[in-house]
Design a protein around this ligand. Structure first.
Ligand SMILES: [Zn+2]
Ligand SMILES: [Zn+2]
Length: 309
């Protein structure tokens, strides 16, 4: 008798090798996958796959002319398209359900549209910048995603609303090389609920983020559309790797946010990612998060910035 993992892997073969051949793809679409194939954080991959599917179904009714339309007209247009989409794709359903579904589609489609297309946001007031820093009490302020501690000069520049540039670092973490650019370790503000989705500048909707993580975060909607591997890298002692896209790492740090050995989080100190020795392609399924005390790559992590892709 073959094991579940063995039959899954052999059933995947045709679709993996020939994803342009209908038969193998149709047959694989019905395949159940053992959870272990998604690594420790399989829930992120599964939720993101569902988000891609539902996002496409919802955003299909938005279009470029919304940008130049008065809001009421845009709402009406989207509501009509929602009704048409329901009739064509999701019907038949009763009249009441059809209309309430269309209203929900309209509302979410418009938020998704605004989230992608309106970037304008009000600046954070100096008093609020100071309050954000002060909220760390006596502890050093840190990035909510990666836990990096902000330097006092970065913090001071942030409070004064000045641009912060450090000297670019010659040695960095090869898996998540923040510090290569002079602005990477600047303090930035991240909105918990995005501005475009109605998020405000109220203090409880703001959190501090290093500029590096904030940039990585803004590139990613889901792990399926957050860039591919960053490139290959030959580590002086660990050997060859395919390095992960920055947004894979930032998303994992943000969503999991705790050392896989001891559970300590960003409030306790910086977090890093590593993989077991069999894993050479650093992708979201097989990356793990560690605190600095449990970092399996503690001696190997920091490398010359120069050789990195
Ligand atoms: Zn960070
Ligand atoms: Zn730990």
């Amino acid at each position: 008798m073959t094991s579940v993992i063995e039959s899954t892997i052999s059933n995947a073969k045709d679709a993996l090798i020939s994803p342009w051949i209908t038969q193998g793809m149709v047959s694989f679409s019905g395949q159940q996958l053992p959870d272990a194939t998604a690594g420790r954080h399989g829930w992120i991959l599964r939720a993101d796959a569902k988000l891609v599917q539902i996002r496409w179904a919802i955003e299909a009714i938005t279009s470029p002319e919304l940008a130049s339309m008065p809001p009421a007209k845009a709402r009406l247009l989207i509501y009509r398209r929602a009704l048409t989409l329901i009739d064509a794709e999701f019907g038949p359903i009763n009249k009441k359900e059809r209309e309430s579904t269309a209203r929900k589609l309209q509302e979410i489609a418009l938020s998704l549209w605004r989230a992608r297309h309106s970037a304008s946001r009000a600046p954070i007031s100096p008093a609020d910048r100071l309050a954000l820093i002060a909220s760390f009490d006596k502890g050093q302020p840190y990035c909510w995603i990666c836990g990096v501690r902000f330097s006092s000069s970065a913090t001071e520049a942030f409070i004064r609303g000045k641009r912060f540039l450090s000297t670019s670092q010659l040695f960095v973490d090869f898996a998540y090389p923040r510090g290569r650019n002079k602005s990477d370790l600047a303090v930035t503000v991240d909105h918990v609920l995005p501005v475009a989705a109605g998020g405000t500048n109220d203090l409880d909707n703001l959190r501090l983020c290093c500029s590096w993580c904030n940039t990585a975060k803004s590139d990613a909607l889901d792990v399926y559309r957050s860039g591919q591997y960053r490139g290959s890298y030959e580590h002086p002692t660990l050997g060859m790797f395919m390095l992960p896209s920055y947004s894979w790492v930032s998303r994992l740090l943000a969503l999991v946010g705790a050392c896989s050995d001891c559970g300590r989080n960003q409030a306790d100190g910086p977090l890093v990612i590593a993989a077991s020795s069999a894993v050479r392609q650093l992708n979201p399924a097989f990356l793990r998060i560690y605190c600095l005390d449990h970092d399996p790559w503690a001696d190997e992590r920091i490398v010359p910035a120069k050789g990195l892709p």
